[in-house]
Structures are given as C-alpha cells and as structure tokens.
Design a protein around this ligand. Structure first.
Ligand code: ATP
Ligand code: MG
Length: 457
C-alpha cells in the first residue's frame, strides 16, 4: 500500500508535462489505411482495458509505421499514461520488468505485450557523458514528451484501435507517404545523445526502402566516430538486429556509403576492401537475408564467423610464414581476431566458443582419407560447418571440387562413402613426420589460401 502510494506520488512529481507544446494531427482511417483487424487481438484488448480504466493507451512505434507502410509488423508495443503499478493492477496476467525504467509485460493468450509509460524528453537536467551521450532516461512524461523523445518522425505515431485514429506529432504519416526517414529535432544533437540512432537510421531506411532526408544523413559521416563510445553489449545487439533484418546486404552497402562500417566491427572495413573477403561476406549476408525472408532460423555465431573469417585467414597465414605449426597457429589466429573484436563488440563467451568451433572444423574438410570424413559428419556442428564451406567455395577461396566431394559423401550410403575416400599418402606422411623431427613445420594438411595471397595473383 505504502509502496503504491509512494509510486503514485513519485509518478506525479516526475511527470514533466509541457502541454500545448506540440499539437498532434489526428489522422483518420481513410488516410492512414490501418484496419483494426491488422492489429493483434491481444494489443487491441490491452488498449481497450487501459482506456476503460480511464487511461490513455495507444499502439506505438515500429508497428504503426510498418502497417502504414504496408509491412507486416513483428510485434505490437503499447504506450500509456498509466504507471507500471497501475497497469499491473488492471491485468491479472502481467509483471513489471526492468529496474531503471520499468515496463510491464501483459500476457494475452499466447501473446506478450510490452506496455510502457510515456517518457519525458531530455532536458538540461538529463545525465550525459562527456560526449553528450544520454546516460539516464527514466522520467515519466506526457504523450507530447514521449513523442518528442522518439527518434524518427515515423516512429512517433500513436494508433488508437478503439477510435481507429492515428495521432501524428511530427508529420510522420506524410514522411511515410513520401518514403522519407527524418529525425525529430536537431539531428546533430540527437546523434550526440545516442549515437546508435545513426545505425537505426541506416537499418530502418534499408528495411523500408526509404531515402534518408539530407538533414538527417549529412551529419552521419562526421559523427560516425561517436559509435566508439557506445557500450559493447548495446553495439552487439544493434549489429545483430541489422544483420538479421532480412536486409543485411542493403544495410552494409548503406553503412559503407555513410562511412559507418569502421566503428562496428573494427575490421569490417578492411575485410570489405579485399576482393575475396568482400565476396565472401556479401555471399554470407545474402544467404542470411534469404533465410530470414523464408522464416528460417539464423545463428549469430555463423554470421559473425563469416564476417571475421578472412581476418583469421590473414592472421593464420602470417603465423605460418613465421614457421608456427599450422594447427596451433590457427587457434592463436582465432583468439587474436576474437580478442580484437571483443573490445568493440560484446561477443558473448558462448557465441565466441561456437564461432571457434565452426572455424576449427574448416581444415578438417581437407582430410578425405581413412576415418576422418566419417568422424567429421558425426560432429554436432557439421551442418553449419558444411554451409560455411559451401560459402567459401562459392566465394572462390577454395576449390569447388572440395564442396562437391562433401556433398556427394553426405548423400552416399556407407558403401559408396568408402569408395569416395582418397588413398592415404604414406610417402607424404613419412616426409612430414621426418621434417617435423628436424624442427621444420611443413604439416600442410590444408589448402586454405588467405585472400591476400590469392588476390595478388
Ligand atoms: P523494428 O521494426 O526493428 O522493431 P522499431 O522502430 O520498432 O524497429 P524498436 O527497437 O522496437 O525499433 O523501438 C521501438 C520504438 O522505440 C521505436 O519505434 C522508437 O519510437 C523508439 N526508439 C527505439 N530506439 C530509440 C532510440 N535510440 N532513440 C529514440 N527512440 C527510440
Ligand atoms: Mg519494434
């Protein structure tokens, strides 16, 4: 009871309402084109119940934008002037989550809806770092404030499923109709507050096929370095969203045009400047886009393994030239590339382990004698490693013949598999053993050729 009273009072104190600052346009169904049935029943019921209890409640953000643009939304978020405690009391099946800024998860059948209380826009009291990046953003506000703190005009639209109208605070509907992505407020200030907005601009413009308004895109190349101050975990999330958006190829092209690829994966720019590296990365992204669009699962480890593979190859080659043994050299190369990335991207330990496994399996495809191939196909990650091998062949890094052989091996019955095996090269084995004995590493079990070597031909 005391907690509730305290929350209520705090809510009232912290609601920084600035009435009349921005009057919204009320857009009727004939113009916005959203049909009530396009909204999930759970989202509709949640808004209705909140309104019945005397609160404002709207569907907001990406879902409204996507529906007006004719795209099926991923999920429906709800914004309200009710505090989290008030929301929690209206819905039996709900729970408050988050510590810094609480939101409520409302369960409606199999659906979980995210309900957030209107937030205040930033002002001179907002806590920022030395570059102007907002560090704390947890004050409740009015609907006008909530609209003003959103990033792009098309993301500040509030759909009321009861009245079937859209409240448009920043001309977002017109911008959708003319396929324009435009920042709310002064773009330079908004990028300084949160540099991730640069990545969001690129990702959303690529997803929607929109043009970024020059006022919004012009500052990006000169402000791209601010991405470096973004915490690694947030950058990883954002990068992943971008890569599994179904528009990764378009996103990477646009990132490069905007000069933004430097800050993301420190080496992505280097990779994209090497002909074979670029071909490989683009093929991998295209195949990811196809999978996303076909609703097939995509693993983050596979994606990051492809993005970083050519760096591993280059690093490995340098080590081998310095007379390191190939297998330990590969492991050292993998660690060195992942360590370099870890400073920028918080690749979790689990994902890093999966990436390493994929890479470490690659040289094993070269061994087509004895029991090696039989053991390899039994590996848990064989399927992913094989997909990786196919991309390497398609990009021209390794011979197509190797990928074809493995395809045939997998498709054959046990008897035919035996017939496919290559004869053991006993002479080579002897040679290699004796040269190792002399301290001369020539243990060349693999034909992997790094792009730098190939591209110089
Ligand atoms: P997607 O289709 O990828 O989900 P989205 O715009 O819905 O795109 P979310 O991350 O789901 O992206 O964010 C929901 C809403 O929150 C956005 O529509 C926007 O209004 C607001 N928002 C998200 N990130 C920011 C940000 N960095 N700055 C300001 N507003 C933001
Ligand atoms: Mg969303």
């Amino acid at each position: 009871m005391i907690r509730k009273l305290f929350h209520h009072t705090i809510a009232k104190v912290f609601r920084r309402s600035k009435p009349g600052r921005h009057q919204p346009a009320t857009i009727a169904a004939a113009r916005h084109g959203i049909r009530r049935e396009q909204v999930s029943s759970g989202a509709r019921r949640t808004c209705e119940a909140l309104q019945k209890a005397g609160h404002q409640a709207y569907i907001v953000g990406g879902a409204v934008r996507d529906l007006i643009a004719g795209i099926l939304p991923k999920d429906f978020d709800i914004a309200t002037n009710a505090t989290p405690d008030e929301v929690r009391h209206i819905f039996r099946r709900s729970r408050i989550i988050g510590r810094r800024f609480q939101i409520v998860h409302v369960m409606q059948g199999a659906e979980t809806l995210e309900v957030s209380t209107f937030r205040a826009a930033h002002d001179e009291d907002t806590l920022k770092d030395e570059h102007g990046r907002v560090l704390r953003d947890n004050v409740w506000g009015s609907i006008e404030d909530d609209a003003a703190r959103r990033d792009f005009t098309f993301n500040a639209l509030y759909y009321d499923p009861v009245r079937e109208t859209v409240l448009d605070y920043h001309n977002g509907v017109d911008d959708i109709k003319c396929k324009t992505l435009r920042m709310i407020g002064t773009p330079r200030d908004r990028y300084r507050e949160d540099p991730v907005r640069m990545l969001r601009a690129i990702r959303l413009a690529a997803k929607l096929g929109f043009t970024i308004d020059p006022g919004t895109s012009d500052p990006i190349p000169t402000m791209a370095n601010l991405i470096e101050n973004v915490p690694a975990a947030r950058l990883f999330d954002e990068m992943l969203k971008l890569l599994i958006s179904g528009h990764a190829v378009e996103c990477v092209k646009r990132l490069r045009d905007a000069g933004l690829h430097h800050g993301l994966l420190p080496l992505l720019d280097v990779i994209l400047e090497q002909p074979l590296g670029e071909r490989f990365v683009m093929l991998a992204l295209r195949s990811t886009d196809d999978r996303v669009r076909a609703n097939l699962p995509c693993s983050p480890s596979f994606l990051f393994a492809t993005l970083l593979w050519h760096e591993v190859l280059s690093n490995w080659e340098i080590r081998k030239k310095a007379d390191e043994l190939p297998t330990p050299a590969l492991y050292l190369a993998m660690d060195s590339v992942l360590d370099q990335q870890a400073e920028k991207l918080a690749i979790t330990r689990r994902i890093a382990a999966d990436i390493k496994e994929l890479w470490a399996l690659q040289p094993r495809f070269e061994k087509r004698t004895g029991r090696h191939p039989f053991r390899l196909v039994e590996q848990l990650r064989f399927r992913a490693a094989w997909d990786f091998l196919v991309l390497r062949a398609e990009s021209g890094e390794i011979k197509q013949e190797l990928a074809d052989w493995w395809k045939q091996f997998q498709e054959s019955d046990p008897q035919h598999r035996e017939a496919l095996l290559q004869p053991e090269d006993t002479k080579k084995r002897r040679r290699s053993r004796s040269s190792r004995g002399r301290g001369h590493p020539s243990e060349t079990t693999t034909e992997i050729v790094p792009c730098r070597v190939l591209s110089s031909h």
